[in-house]
Design a protein around this ligand. Structure first.
Ligand code: SAM
Ligand code: GLN
Length: 267
């Protein structure tokens, strides 16, 4: 038999928070309980399952995939390795959109992944009408399941960026997107190996998707385009938006103080 203290010591290589979360999940208790009961003897079946999870973490998998969910803006989003794990910096995109959305606006979320952006928007503001797309059918399925589970209505479509809406000019008051924006071969990808490549990487400079979205947006957007990007891509995003005629173009910083979301308005 192994107690919590012994198991934790044996897995000293894991981040303490991750270790405590695994224990709390398996024992269906709080992290505080885990910390206060280091002498608790782990049942053999629990220990066996913990071992599998520990090996997955050591292999570099995200804790969110092991648990099967990730919190975003206080909501629980189911995640599988078919979707990017929602990031805290993306909350800035949602908040910026909520500030600019007028009652009843029709909003499009491009590259919805787990549905984190679209679902949070309509959860916060049920007056908004949300459409969301992704090129991955597994992502659309995951997002649809999250919308259903959280009791909100989002219209989902499978397709390549704006392609499903080619016959609908000026259909959206606001278009938001957190597209892939990492450059192929970038060293950051080393620690992101278990997330979908097509959710992360976009061409040799990371800007292919942003360029495509910004240059096609004027045909679809009535008021605002809001795009998340890498901390060093703010200049490029502003230049691209200005080139295709957006006005009031500005870049907002995330909680870490890094340029993260660029906004442009239709004249
Ligand atoms: N919106 C989610 C979020 O913020 O957590 C996921 C963002 S992830 C960085 C980018 C998403 O864009 C992925 O789900 C990926 O499948 C999708 N994507 C990649 N290429 C696409 C394309 N050509 N058309 C539509 N979606 C695409
Ligand atoms: N923000 C993610 C990361 O660097 C990247 C997601 C993206 O490419 N949109 O971990």
């Amino acid at each position: 038999m192994t107690d919590i203290a012994g198991w934790s010591a044996r897995h000293g290589k894991l981040v303490r928070l991750d270790r405590d979360v695994l224990l709390a999940d398996e024992l269906s208790c709080s992290r505080a309980w885990v910390i206060a009961h280091s002498e608790f003897e782990l049942p053999a079946d629990v220990e066996a399952r913990l071992e599998v999870s520990a090996q997955r973490l050591l292999a570099g998998e995200s804790l969110a995939y092991i648990r099967g969910w990730k919190e975003f803006r206080g909501l629980r989003f189911g995640v599988s390795p078919a979707v990017l794990v929602p990031r805290p910096e993306t909350e800035l995109l949602v908040e910026t959109c909520l500030e600019r959305a007028q009652p009843g606006d029709h909003i499009l979320d491009l590259g919805t992944g787990s549905g984190a952006i679209a679902v949070s928007l309509v959860h916060a503001r049920p007056d908004l009408r949300l459409t969301a797309t992704d090129v991955s059918s597994l992502a659309v399925e995951q997002a649809r399941s999250n919308a259903r589970g959280l009791g909100v209505n989002v219209e989902f479509t499978l397709g390549d960026w704006f392609a499903p809406f080619a016959e609908q000019p000026q259909a959206f008051d606001i278009v938001v997107s957190n597209p892939p924006y990492i450059a192929a071969g970038h060293h950051a990808l080393e620690s992101l190996k278990t997330e979908p490549y097509q959710a992360l990487v976009s061409g040799t400079d990371g800007l292919d998707a942003i360029k495509h979205i910004v240059t096609h947006a004027p045909h679809y957007v009535r008021r605002w385009l809001l795009v998340e990007h890498g901390f060093d891509q703010g200049d490029a995003a502003r230049r691209l938006m200005s080139e295709v005629g957006f006005t009031n173009v500005e870049t907002l910083n995330d909680l870490a103080g890094l340029p993260r979301v660029t906004c442009g308005q239709r004249p």
